[in-house]
Write a protein that binds this ligand. Structure first.
Ligand code: COM
Length: 552
């Protein structure tokens, strides 16, 4: 074990070891006896991630009996979003927690392989999209397809990811006062006991937060070099892909497919269900889906819906994918890069001693209080199934913590605002137009461009990030729809494709799901910061004077 908490000889030699790793800047040298700085954490984590075989000892930040001799209220197994937020909340409530993670950092897959790189790639895709579209105009140079390298962007991320990792550790220790053990796995002994590096810890409760990983389809050749998922793309990509085939139609498939295509790597998506019609996405409006898919196709992505992947071809290295078309014909695509986006499943092997109840897909069954079938054992985050979203992971962890601390707290995550990236930011919440029509007798919509307008000449929406499109090729500038019950005047759903609207959707979702709802008149009373991306405020104001509002 390496003690990262208590000043002493061990801590001094850790600091000396970190100093020998080099320097990231003037702020990365901690004073003797002071806690590790963010810079020191970054150097240490980077070294461990790069050389795991030489760094097998756990990083212990555990209070001794002189500091805190209480039994742990909860041990969080896994320090990702759910484990870290749950731990922080429990600690803030006055409880005692211990968080254990096999990685040398807290924050889980988000800053390491998942959300953070995904956002970097999506931002890169958006930039490349604009640069390609605008090339040769204004100050935009010709777009050099050879310069847009997937591998280079992956390497850029890997070279910088130790900073968010370091901030997670530093914040958790110095600001949130959490106890944790990192870089070593926990062994579950029973529902109250966990073993780490030979020492047993007991707690009143366990909170399981170990996430999920990509489930690969069971087809021949899936193990050949050249087949990646969002995690192995980061860890293992060692060449520049020239052609990409994506297996699956999940959010990940759309997002990474859009990024690969934007770099100039011709991409084909093989999906069984039509894009955005998979069971894991709900409330997807038909108009929104059509615009998103049309704009992906406009960028050159080949989308084959109803496809059944049969085999990954290759001889030590991927050379192609064989699949069955909807009509039954078997075809092959030559490719040197296959990306799997078929969804995720948890790995529950380590929990065998608990005998947890699971659902038919293999996710841990937890109730709205995050309680599993085993008394005293909670589960949170991706382990309990979709949506695989940050808000759910964090709030599940906090929900478990609140219940552990004696509060009767329920978290229902069946309704939530949703989003994904293509080369656009796609956001939606509430009901789709079709869902609203099925439920209410007098539904109207505010939509841009309207159904009867020609999108090639209708330059709205136009705002953050879409102005250059609006003035060069209007159809690229985005799409929006607000669904309203004209009788009660309440907003039922909001849907947007463009840029810069995601934050607004966090609030719109909250407002429209209040018991009293949120009317178009209240929307019209807001003060827009013009040009506001989703235009909903002023468009509602244009209609608010009507006693019987109609479509806009
Ligand atoms: C975010 C990780 S990158 S966490 O949710 O803050 O732990």
């Amino acid at each position: 074990m390496i003690d990262v908490r208590n000043p002493g000889d061990g801590f001094r030699s850790l600091r000396a070891r970190i100093a020998a790793l080099g320097t990231l800047g003037p702020g990365d040298r901690g004073a003797d006896g002071a806690p590790l700085t963010v810079g020191e954490w970054a150097l240490l984590i980077d070294d461990i991630v790069d050389h795991p075989e030489a760094n097998t000892e756990g990083l212990w930040n555990v209070a001794g009996p002189d500091e805190d001799d209480r039994e742990y209220d909860a041990i969080f197994v896994g320090g990702g979003a759910s484990g870290r937020f749950g731990s922080a909340f429990l600690k803030a409530r006055g409880g005692r927690q211990l968080t254990i993670d096999a990685w040398p950092f807290l924050g889980g897959s988000c800053p390491h392989q998942a959300c953070v790189p995904h956002h970097l790639f999506s931002e890169a895709a958006r930039e490349m999209d604009l640069a390609r579209h605008m090339q040769g105009r204004l100050w935009y140079p010709p777009f050099d397809e050879k310069r847009a390298s997937i591998q280079e962007i992956v390497e850029l991320f890997k070279a910088g990811r130790m900073y968010p990792h370091a901030i997670m550790n530093w914040q958790s220790k110095e600001q949130l006062d959490m106890e944790f053990i990192l870089n070593t796995p926990a062994t579950i002994i029973d529902s109250r006991t966990v073993e780490v590096e030979g020492r047993r810890f007991s707690a009143r409760n366990l909170v399981l937060c170990t996430g999920a990983r990509t489930r690969y389809p069971d087809i021949p050749g899936i193990g050949i070099k050249g087949v990646y998922d969002f995690a192995t793309l980061i860890e293992d990509l060692d060449y520049e892909p020239n052609r990409c085939v994506i297996i699956g139609g999940s959010k990940v498939a759309l997002e990474y497919g859009s990024f690969f295509q934007a770099t100039g790597c011709q991409t084909t998506i093989l999906t069984r269900s039509p894009l955005m019609e998979t069971a894991s996405l709900h409330h997807v409006d038909t108009g929104l889906r059509e615009y998103v898919v049309a704009m992906m196709a406009d960028r050159g992505i080949e989308i084959i819906e109803g496809a059944e992947p049969l085999e990954v071809l290759g001889n030590g290295k991927v050379t192609g994918v064989r699949y069955r078309e909807p009509g039954g014909a078997v075809r092959e695509i030559d490719t040197d890069f296959v990306f799997v986006g078929t969804g995720e499943r948890p790995n529950l092997g380590m929990y065998a001693p608990l005998g947890l109840a699971t659902d038919e897909r293999g996710f841990v069954i937890a109730d709205t209080r995050m309680r599993t079938s085993v008394p005293g054992v909670y589960a949170a985050g991706d382990l309990v199934g979709p949506p695989m979203e940050m808000f759910k992971a964090r709030k599940c962890g906090v929900g478990a913590a609140r219940n552990v601390m004696g509060e009767d707290y329920e978290f229902d995550f069946t309704e939530y605002p949703d989003f994904l990236h293509t080369t656009y930011e796609v956001t939606w919440c509430g009901l789709s137009e079709a869902e609203a029509q099925a439920k209410y007798r007098n539904v109207i919509k505010i939509q841009m461009p309207p159904d009867d307008a020609d999108p090639e000449t209708f330059a709205l929406p136009a705002a953050e990030g879409s102005m250059l499109y609006a003035f060069t090729r209007p159809v690229l500038s985005g799409w929006l729809k607000l669904v309203i019950d004209a009788d009660s005047r309440k907003v039922l759903g909001a849907h947007h494709v463009g840029y810069g609207a995601k934050d607004a959707f966090q609030y719109i979702d909250y407002l429209i799901r209040r018991p009293e709802g949120f009317t178009m008149d209240e929307m019209a009373e807001l003060n827009e910061l013009f040009l506001n991306p989703e235009h909903f405020i002023q468009l509602c104001r244009l209609r608010a004077g009507q006693q019987n509002p109609v479509n806009l």
